[in-house]
Design a protein around this ligand. Structure first.
Ligand SMILES: [Zn+2]
Length: 201
């Protein structure tokens, strides 16, 4: 095996450790990469390097390049209502589809049938921030925008069980059933999402 095939194998191994690539996907990416002129490769890497310092908002866990994300820094948003999602990308969908002007909270994980201990611990750790926000901002309503799948429902139930006993006066709502059972929010069209927010229950 010459040096270049050794490094290609190494690259496949590195890439297939990321959630974006299967081993086959990593091979396709490397083929594409190999065909690119050197200048384009450099540019691609430089563009990625710009995102090295990015992280999550220390308050709501949305994407941020400062301590707080642009939602949490925006004084015009209604702090008394929080919409909780599992993924930061769901925040983007809701933001694009509706006229929701409250704040967001990103859970980062959802619980499913098995192997939940690590996930529950991570959810509990993030919910510490949510408890703080509910207290400090006198939050009146928490909208649970988790999917209408069994894991989405289980996650919503877990959040309720943790939060409600601490804040009995807090209204905890769920998106309206414009989504049919089993539906995922990320597959919803903008109108369905807008209506589901309006018809929350
Ligand atoms: Zn934030």
């Amino acid at each position: 095996m010459d040096n270049s095939s050794r490094s290609i194998n190494q690259l496949v191994q590195i890439l297939s450790k990321t959630p974006a690539f299967s081993e086959k996907g990593a091979e396709r990416f490397i083929e594409w990469w190999w065909k690119k002129p050197k200048e384009d490769r450099k540019k691609f890497l430089e563009e990625w390097t710009d995102f090295t310092d990015f992280g999550f908002c220390s308050r709501c866990f949305y994407f941020a390049n400062e301590e707080l994300c642009h939602f949490c820094r925006d004084a015009d948003r209604d702090k008394e209502i929080i919409c909780l999602t599992v993924s930061p990308f769901t925040v983007d969908i809701i933001e694009k589809s509706s006229d929701f002007k409250g704040n967001y909270f990103v859970l980062g994980e959802e619980v499913s049938g098995h192997h939940n201990v690590k996930k529950i611990k991570s959810i509990q750790a993030r919910l510490e921030n949510l408890k703080k926000s509910i207290k400090e901002d006198s939050v009146k309503e928490l909208i649970l925008a988790t999917d209408f799948t069994s894991s989405g429902e289980a996650t919503a139930q877990l959040v309720k069980e943790i939060i409600l006993p601490l804040f009995p006066a807090l209204k905890i709502s769920r998106l309206g059933r414009g989504f049919h059972g089993g539906d995922m929010i990320s597959y919803g069209d903008p109108l369905t999402i807008k209506k589901a927010l309006e018809r929350r229950e």
